[in-house]
Design a protein around this ligand. Structure first.
Ligand code: GDP
Ligand code: MG
Length: 370
């Protein structure tokens, strides 16, 4: 990584390059006026001259984190939680997601079936909850591997006629690693062999002590098939969300994460975005992963056209040059020109990184052949 040069740093702190060179020399480093300094060296100079290093740290314009201005506390308002459902295969994740969607998502304009865009939002007594529609661990792990943590709460579904299984334990591990609250949904309580208490005992062995036993984990018995207890589960989610004090600033340019993306024959690249902060509008110049464009059409989970998407709202957009990947970050910019510039710089950087890994791999291959 190329840092700021001695000359540039000297200008910023109103000292001569000679002074900067001297300070570094006293600290044991020989540099010239054109030397690119590393972070540590910049920090040392700043300390020496009483500057806050952060103010002059070089900004990597390909890194969204560097481009995000922090919000002021007074601009933040509560936002809906984003929930992922995990658990062992056949314990009822899909059945639960389908039940919640059918019972809580309003029909689309055509009155037809609701669209699957990878996430949906429901209304629970006037409070919104966003669900990621891809249950399972791979999606979650893949997202986290790309630095995307979109989930605020994990629901672990355990079948009451079965018990804690390998993927149940994986789900617990994932949720703990992500540091997000867990709610346990004890499913299939309608089945003859169901034993919800046994599930509580087994889960307690993994540190998930139920509230009713003096612990701090919310358990809810449900039948995803019949809908029993699902409303209570949704209300429990809003309570846990409130305790988490999730906040965002709707009055700023949007940024967030890609939930899923595909190429549509007629509409071109379609990406479902989850707005993490800010509000997204049609016409916004946007960079998504390494592609860019201008938001053309915005569609909600019920197939309706949206004029805006506030924090934690999932929305499918068109208008991108290429199809991004799930877990990619997106960010809105003030002009098409900036979006293109940043998008192209990010694409270039990714190519560079890929070239580096490819050459490293071929070197490995070479050694393997010797
Ligand atoms: P997933 O693999 O976790 O997504 O599990 P599914 O949702 O596909 O459910 C697996 C099977 O369990 C299906 O045959 C469902 O109909 C059934 N199932 C799910 N929830 C319930 C329930 O609450 N009660 C009963 N009796 N069956 C259920
Ligand atoms: Mg499933």
């Amino acid at each position: 990584e190329e840092g700021i040069t001695v000359d540039e740093l000297a200008q910023k702190i109103n000292h001569t390059p000679a002074e900067v060179i001297k300070v570094l020399f006293m600290l044991g480093t020989m540099v010239t006026i054109n030397t690119a300094l590393n972070d540590e060296q910049v920090e040392l100079i700043c300390l020496e001259y009483g500057y806050e290093p952060k103010k002059i740290a070089t900004v990597d314009e390909t890194n969204f984190e560097d481009l995000i201005e922090p919000d002021k506390e007074e601009d933040l308002v509560p936002r809906p939680p984003v929930v992922t459902i995990m658990g062992h295969v056949d314990h009822g994740k899909t059945t639960l997601l389908d039940y919640i969607r059918k019972s809580h998502v309003a029909e689309g304009e055509s009155g037809g079936i609701t669209q699957h865009i990878g996430a949906y939002q429901v209304d629970v007594n006037g409070k919104k909850v966003t669900f990621l529609d891809t249950p399972g661990h791979e999606a979650f792990t893949a997202m986290r591997a790309r630095g995307a943590q979109v989930t605020d709460i994990v629901i672990i579904v355990v079948a009451a006629d079965d018990g804690v299984m390998p993927q149940t334990r994986e789900a617990i591990d994932h949720a703990k690693a992500a540091g997000v609250p867990i709610i346990v949904a004890v499913n299939k309580i309608d089945k003859p062999g169901a034993s919800p208490d046994r599930i509580r005992t087994e889960m307690s062995e993994f540190g998930l002590m139920p509230e009713e036993w003096g612990g701090d984990v919310v358990y809810q018995d449900i039948s995803a098939k019949k809908g029993t207890g699902v409303q209570d589960l949704l209300e429990a989610i809003t309570v846990v969300a409130e305790m988490a004090e999730l906040k965002a600033n709707p009055n700023r340019a949007a940024y967030g994460t890609v939930v899923e993306a595909r190429l549509d024959k007629g509409r071109g690249p379609v990406a479902t975005l989850l707005v993490e902060n800010g509000t997204l509008h049609p016409g916004d110049p946007i960079v998504v992963g390494t592609t860019y464009g201008r938001v053309r059409q915005m569609t909600g989970d019920n197939g309706r056209t949206l004029k805006k998407a506030t924090p934690a709202t999932p929305v499918a957009i068109t208008g991108l040059n290429e199809v991004p990947e799930a877990g990619d970050k997106f960010m809105v910019f003030d002009s098409d020109k900036t979006a293109r510039h940043i998008g192209e710089a990010r694409a270039e950087k990714k190519k560079e990184e890929e070239r580096n890994t490819t050459s490293a791999m071929s070197l490995d291959d070479l050694y393997n052949q010797i």
